[in-house]
Design a protein around this ligand. Structure first.
Ligand code: CP3
Length: 350
């Protein structure tokens, strides 16, 4: 496809085109391990300011781009950012994560939620994505992201992060009808939001179903997959050419099920050997991953060995090199730099 030859590497690999090396980015690549981010956080102590004032969010998104030139530049935001636009008020607490002020527990609360209108509810998204595209041109791919219905519902129902997910599981297993309505409402709004991010410039979009790995496989099939699929199907109806990535934390037992969601690319974490993941997912599914983020605490030789091992096991097609989850806040910046440099020196053998 000659028309796409100017497109950036990550986008081409995500579409399944033959490329010379795997593209590389890191989940959570903007954030606390970077001194530049910690410095900016002093000036803008609230996460919502950092992610909702366009100039600040643009600056944060570009910090890793300026430092390391990753093949993907991700929108600096959070999965709960669209919730106020549906009628769910929230904040993001330092060191704790999302807080939902009035957790969703009743039919009446579900009935009151409304469909997201990104243009009015999230006016900062368009300037952020537009600027990122302008800034990186064809040198990198701009990634958008959203939370998946189950994971957003986990926050909305629990009211905050949880270790046991007792409240939402209580609802799931004793009053599933309310939960299914909530999941459907999230799916509809999230699909609108993905489409909007693409219209504003996102070239690839990743959906985080971070807490779906807390479900047993049969419950994953009931409460997670159908709504992941609803989002992906709705987006594919209008934007069939934008590659869509799915991440589930702790997904080793779920890989084959993840592939039934309609995602183009499955994120693999480090509890699965990349060669096994390829065998289990088959020839049509592309993969992302899968170094243990802790590898970046090792020596440079160790990091290089692990990068090469992962790339070899993933093969020379349809692989986006990444960690298996977000970079850890204590990671030395020099090791992040070395990770990117090493990755970019790789060339696939013909
Ligand atoms: O620039 C980027 O790389 C985007 C980074 C990003 C953030 N949130 C910024 C953030 C992404 C991809 C998210 C998505 C997100 N948010 C997820 C899915 C990813 C995953 O890890 O599975 C989840 C579960 C959330 C909810 C959330 N928000 C948590 C659990 C936390 C962390 C609490 C903590 O302090 O450890 C947040 C806050 C948050 N979102 C931070 C960042 C950089 C930390 C706050 C800070 O650094 O000031």
């Amino acid at each position: 496809m000659g028309v796409s030859s100017n497109d950036p590497l990550l986008l081409r690999a995500a579409r399944g085109e033959q490329v010379d090396r795997p593209p590389v980015w890191m989940m959570r690549q903007a954030g606390r391990y970077m001194k530049a981010y910690r410095d900016l956080r002093e000036k803008y102590p609230s996460f919502r300011e950092r992610s909702e004032i366009p100039d600040v969010a643009i600056a944060v998104s570009l910090q890793p781009w300026r430092a390391f030139q990753p093949d993907g530049v991700i929108l600096f935001s959070d999965i709960v950012t669209p919730l106020p636009g549906m009628g769910i008020d929230m904040d993001i607490a330092e060191g704790k994560g999302p807080i939902i002020f009035n957790p969703i527990r009743t039919q009446q609360q579900v009935d009151q939620l409304h469909l997201l209108e990104p243009d009015t509810a999230l006016p900062f998204i368009k300037p952020i994505l537009t600027s990122l595209r302008e800034e990186v041109g064809n040198q990198s791919t701009v990634l958008g992201f959203v939370g998946a219905p189950w994971t957003l519902a986990a926050y909305a129902v629990e009211g905050k992060g949880s270790k046991t997910y007792s409240v939402i599981k209580n609802m799931a297993f004793s009053d599933p009808s309310i939960l299914h309505q909530l999941l459907k409402k999230f799916a509809e709004s999230i699909a609108v939001y993905v489409r909007y991010q693409i219209d504003c410039g996102a070239q690839v979009v990743q959906m985080f179903d971070s807490w779906a790995g807390q479900l047993s496989p049969q419950d994953y099939d009931t409460f997670a997959v159908p709504y992941q699929k609803m989002v992906f199907d709705l987006v594919k109806q209008t934007h069939p050419n934008t590659p869509l990535i799915l991440l589930v934390t702790g997904s080793a037992g779920l890989l084959e099920r993840m592939a039934t969601s309609g995602a183009d690319i499955i994120t693999v974490d480090w509890t699965v050997d990349m060669a096994d993941a390829r065998t289990r997912l088959g020839e049509n599914i592309k993969v992302q991953g899968n170094l243990d983020p802790g590898v970046l605490f090792g020596s440079q030789d160790f990091i290089r060995d692990r990068v090469i091992d992962t790339v070899r096991k993933a093969g020379n097609w349809g692989h986006i090199l990444n960690l298996g989850h977000g970079v850890l806040p204590e990671t030395p910046e020099d090791n992040v730099r070395f990770f990117f440099e090493t990755a970019k020196q790789i060339t696939y053998l013909p």
